[in-house]
Design a protein around this ligand. Sequence first.
Ligand SMILES: NC(=O)c1ccc[n+]([C@@H]2O[C@H](COP(=O)([O-])OP(=O)(O)OC[C@H]3O[C@@H](n4cnc5c(N)ncnc54)[C@H](OP(=O)(O)O)[C@@H]3O)[C@@H](O)[C@H]2O)c1
Length: 247
Amino acid sequence: MGRIDGRVAIVTGAARGIGRSIALMLASEGAKVVINYQSSEAAAREVADQIAEMGGESMLIQANVSDSEAARGMVKKVLDQWGRLDVLVNNAGITRDKSLRKLTDDDWLSVVNNNLNSVYYCTTAAMPTMIEQKFGRIINISSYVGQAGNFGQANYGASKGGIIAFTKTAALELAKYNITVNSLAPGFTLTDMLSKVPDNVQDQIKARIPMGRFAMPDEIAKAVLFLATDADYITGQQINVNGGVYM
Ligand SMILES: NC(=O)c1ccc[n+]([C@@H]2O[C@H](COP(=O)([O-])OP(=O)(O)OC[C@H]3O[C@@H](n4cnc5c(N)ncnc54)[C@H](OP(=O)(O)O)[C@@H]3O)[C@@H](O)[C@H]2O)c1
């Protein structure tokens, strides 16, 4: 018996990195998992194969969640096929790092669309079913950069800070339906996103982390699993999983 047997979970951006770990962890506890991807089809299939190997069930859905119609279409497909939706993990995200002096309007809009607007589109698409069910767990992946700021990440930090603010209002409005909404703010985590940062900058970052190392994606996924399973009375919060880099 898993801790969330039979629950249906959508994980956006689940083919790689943190999203992949979240999808595998939720599946290992019995959830039926929607593996959303945008471009990484082969990697998404590998995640589905791994879930099948552990005896679990998954569904692959290609959708660009920064497009409202695509995000809503994804939720509709899940409801058509599985008839319910219990857990939504808004994980998909991108970076386009530049100092403000070099940032273009496109850099700004693209990051805000992919990271923040996607959370609004997926949440509002998922809400009606969760309200009807009187159950829902929405977990929004923010970032420590949304709390502390970071050089060259004004667009990313604004999108991630926006997620934290959005989470609080959504939590207030949905609490009476037994829907909790929380944000999880990872610190620097070993994924493709971090590997784009030059090695010398990675070393400087590491020196600022009290625990002296980057997070592994599974360490973020464990906190998501907690919010999805055992956190019935926690809502509107930010859970920091960051090795102490921001306290
Ligand atoms: N790594 C870190 O240090 C760190 C720290 C704090 C917060 N975070 C946050 O954690 C989340 C996951 O990051 P990661 O490090 O795992 O990044 P990653 O390895 O670059 O993976 C990002 C994932 O997001 C998906 N994605 C991006 N835009 C999408 C869209 N419009 N529609 C659907 N999927 C989309 C990508 O899908 P495809 O590959 O299919 O295109 C990919 O699977 C992000 O929100 C990120 O901001 C990461």
